[in-house]
Write a protein that binds this ligand. Structure first.
Ligand SMILES: Cc1cc2nc3c(=O)[nH]c(=O)nc-3n(C[C@H](O)[C@H](O)[C@H](O)COP(=O)(O)OP(=O)(O)OC[C@H]3O[C@@H](n4cnc5c(N)ncnc54)[C@H](O)[C@@H]3O)c2cc1C
Length: 431
């Protein structure tokens, strides 16, 4: 293919990460085999570069790919440990390797063309979209589904990051309870501005992902993450002498009320984090990506344009903006906020709320479980800030910084190799 011979396709997927992998699988599942598809990404994603945790009903096509799932989870604060029964939902862990493998198999069955280069420019004339790639090629597409990472259209009123480091820990003896995951453990020392918590996702009684997470404006240093994670390990009463770190997982996810336009031009649809699938108040993204992949595939299978519903209803984005503001401006303490949510609502309602799937009446109940005065102050502050934003020129949003990639962790892997959890690679993947 040269400049004189553009590649003509019906669908061009720009970015081949989480959102695109779920979309390829959904297209295959819904039998969309008569479209010409191109996938453009400078990287062919494979292996374990992230672990997705999410909740939902069991019995989907993801079930065979899961590493673990739990009907019970714990939420802990300094005052109490609460065990939540999620039935009929369950919390699940999905490693990226099986997701990428399944997408690669779908891509072959869909006979998609893979272009291993960045997509540089995207020009939409309203009837076709012209994509120029970094290696000088041109793709002409009926529709573009764009999940390349990008900053929001303008700065948010609150700009936080969810940033974390996790260790896949292998223990010499049974120390984890595989029957339940720790969803959020707020006993970690709280940062001056922001919220921190640890969590534990056990795959067996000797193997678990243990993470330290912060919701806050700034990243820590490499040593800072290691120290925080070692502190959380000690809080769990785990003896470092009996543990091996088998893999390390780092990440940064935007938590902001800044806008991520889902349809920047008539024939370009943004998916994944770039399209607003990341929930501002939690950083959870997976369920919205999965939902939208299914909607796009169903639409195409029915001969309709590949336009999914908004990742979250508008009123949820407003509630998230208020909650983020209340947390950021110090009106509400993070552990107290989440503790009250789980204390005063059935866990299943809170989780459906976080997926944007509650009714307005349920949302009133959720709002009523938060502290009233700081939330009223945050609501008023948010409204005033919106007015100010309308009156002054748009400020560009800062880019989301890449995750801190550290040296080897302080507990070093040593020799031998018991197999990793289902679907894992047996290597230490410090990124
Ligand atoms: C370590 C980690 C753990 C996470 N865990 C969870 C979790 O437990 N639960 C949850 O709900 N969410 C989680 N997330 C958030 C979210 O689900 C993931 O970030 C998810 O991968 C987002 O999918 P995406 O397609 O938007 O972006 P990505 O998966 O990052 O894919 C973007 C793709 O675009 C490609 N690209 C970049 N530039 C170009 C270009 N110019 N042209 C073409 N392609 C380009 C990249 O190579 C990449 O393949 C996690 C994120 C990280 C980083």
């Amino acid at each position: 293919m040269t400049e004189s011979a553009p590649l003509d396709v019906d669908l061009a997927l720009l970015g081949g990460g989480g959102a695109a992998s779920l979309l390829l699988a959904a297209l295959d599942r819904h039998g969309v085999h008569d479209l010409r598809i191109a996938v453009v990404d400078p990287v062919r994603r494979r292996g374990q570069d992230r672990t997705w945790a999410f909740w939902g009903h069991p019995g989907t096509d993801l079930d065979p790919l899961l590493s673990a799932s739990w009907h019970q989870v714990e939420v802990a604060t300094a005052a109490r440990r609460r065990v939540l029964d999620l039935t009929p939902l369950r919390y699940a862990m999905l490693r990226s390797g099986p997701v990428y493998d399944r997408a690669a198999a779908a891509e072959r069955r869909l006979d998609a063309t893979r272009i291993v280069a960045p997509a540089d420019t995207v020009t939409d004339d309203g009837t076709r979209v012209r994509v120029r790639t970094g290696d000088g090629r041109t793709v002409r597409a009926g529709w573009v589904l764009d999940s390349r990472p990008r900053p929001p259209a303008r700065a948010g009123r609150t700009t936080w990051l969810q940033h974390f480091r996790g260790w896949w820990l292998e223990a010499d003896r049974p120390v984890f309870d595989p029957a339940r995951a720790v969803l959020m453990d707020f006993r970690t020392p709280q940062p001056p501005r922001g919220v921190s918590f640890g969590y534990v996702l056990p795959v067996s009684d000797r193997y678990a992902l243990v993470e330290y997470t912060e919701f806050s404006p700034d990243l820590l240093t490499d040593a800072g993450y290691d120290a925080a994670l070692a502190g959380y390990r000690d809080l769990l009463g785990l003896d470092p002498a009996g543990l091996r770190v088998r893999e390390v997982e780092n990440g940064v996810i935007p938590m902001t009320d800044a806008p991520f336009p889902a349809r920047p031009s008539p024939r370009v649809i943004r998916l994944g984090t770039a399209g607003g699938a990341t929930r501002p108040s939690t950083g959870f993204t997976f369920s919205a990506m999965y939902r939208q992949a299914d909607q796009v595939a169903r639409a195409l299978a029915a001969g309709r344009p590949p336009v999914p519903q908004a990742a979250y209803p508008r009123r949820h984005r407003w509630m998230d903006a208020v909650a983020l503001r209340a947390l950021d401006r110090g009106g509400v303490g993070g552990p107290d906020f989440f503790d009250r949510l789980f204390d005063r609502n059935p866990a299943e309602r809170v989780l459906r709320f976080l997926d944007g799937a509650t009714t307005p009446a349920e949302e009133v109940a959720i709002m009523n479980s938060t502290r009233l005065l700081p939330m009223i102050a945050a609501t008023a502050g948010d409204a005033a800030h919106r007015v100010r934003d309308r009156l002054r020129p748009t400020r560009p949003a800062p880019a989301v910084p890449p995750a801190v990639v550290g040296a080897q962790p302080s507990i070093r892997p040593h020799g031998g190799g018991a197999p990793g959890p289902p679907g894992s690679e047996d290597d230490v993947a410090a990124r």
